[in-house]
Design a protein around this ligand. Sequence first.
Ligand SMILES: Cc1ncc(COP(=O)(O)O)c(C=O)c1O
Length: 449
Amino acid sequence: MQTTDKFLRIRGEFPVTNATFVSPGGATRKIIYLDHGASTHPPSSILDIYRDVLEHYYANIHRGNHYLSQKASQLFDEVTETVLNFIGADHDKNEVIFTMNTTTAIDIASHIMRDEEGIVLVSEMEHHSNDLPHRRRGEVVKILVDNDGRLDYNDLEEKLKRNKVKLVAITGASNVTGYLPDIHAIARLAHQHGAKILVDAAQLLAHKKVDVKSSEADDHIDFFAAAGHKAYAPFGAAFLVAPRQSCDATTPYIPGGGTVQFVTNAKVIWAEGQDRHSGGTPNIPGVIALGKALNWLDEIGMDWVREHELELLRSTDQRLRSIEGVKMLGNITPDERLGVCSFNIDGYHDEQASLVLNNDFGIATRNGCFCAHPYMIRLLDINDPERIFDELVANSEALKPGAVRATIGIFNNQADMDLLVEAVTELAAHPEWAERASFTSDAQCNDYA
Ligand SMILES: Cc1ncc(COP(=O)(O)O)c(C=O)c1O
């Protein structure tokens, strides 16, 4: 697969695959990008479109009768269709609300559900962005995960039975383990108990085919949030797909320009539909580029994307697990997860390991707690999170536990994965290298060479 013309064409669209940088030791390193879980690079064809919009169609939308505004509006409006088609959502029953990131999209969903009676169920594996927005509006109860890092479906069912639940908020794929919960089984359970479901698809969107299904289906997804910067579009454009009826039943998320039909000094008629929760000027070129990125993925084929990334994950997972001194987070088979490998290496703090991987091997990973502290507490088997909490209250610089995370994307190849395995093997064999990475070092990498 990785040597086919198709793959080589795709890889060729990412100049970063040929980029280098100068590491603190002065060596020139080729960049091996394994941080797709944080953000994916836009391919050159999407950047061309983005630039073209900025150069030739730069105008505000929905408010002008001149050519540029009409053209920008048309390109922007087409993205609503693109998003709904990409995820298989009903066109006549849903709104697409464009935002700047997944966090805002989830916060809008939480706002829309705010006046409904009941609690929100959130799993222990959620990114903070699918936990804290709900906490600030009412009671949140956690669905447990098991020791391997999977969702505890029995606990979910129990909690649905025991509580009046209005919303089950669940990740489509974990950003720590890549674990793919069965969102349709969860949706069916939620609906049986009178709750709606919100899927945080930040990680999922660009890596596996999604079908939220018609709202007639008992296992359909009600709310769906995702972002372009993790789906091969530039930063700054994201979306929430939400049931039209729920959207129109709530006051606007940010009242202001564009969210009204008419305003007097005393009264307001709020707009309906997409406009109601879209206060202010959106990221017009970003949204258009997001739509084009989804078309680009569609043309490649999401089944091809999944197969490609799964092949790389399968070839890497077992090899990493078998390195002495390496501990992978979660015990989840490649078929049940996306291309996410989080691990620790004996003798290294995660920060040190990530720095040495970068400085000595050119491998870009992420490290830390990945904005999913409760899940990390479970996976790292931390018995006294309160102690860490207290230490951090006393000293915000105190070291936190964490892990290193390598995430696979569409342009990675077997050589990238082989280098990762080789580098981790070397680090594990040389715990003294940890000293090469000082937490307080101001030795920075230089720009692309
Ligand atoms: C699972 C998950 N949810 C939400 C987010 C937040 O996404 P954004 O940065 O687009 O707000 C992330 C980001 O890493 C994530 O991985």
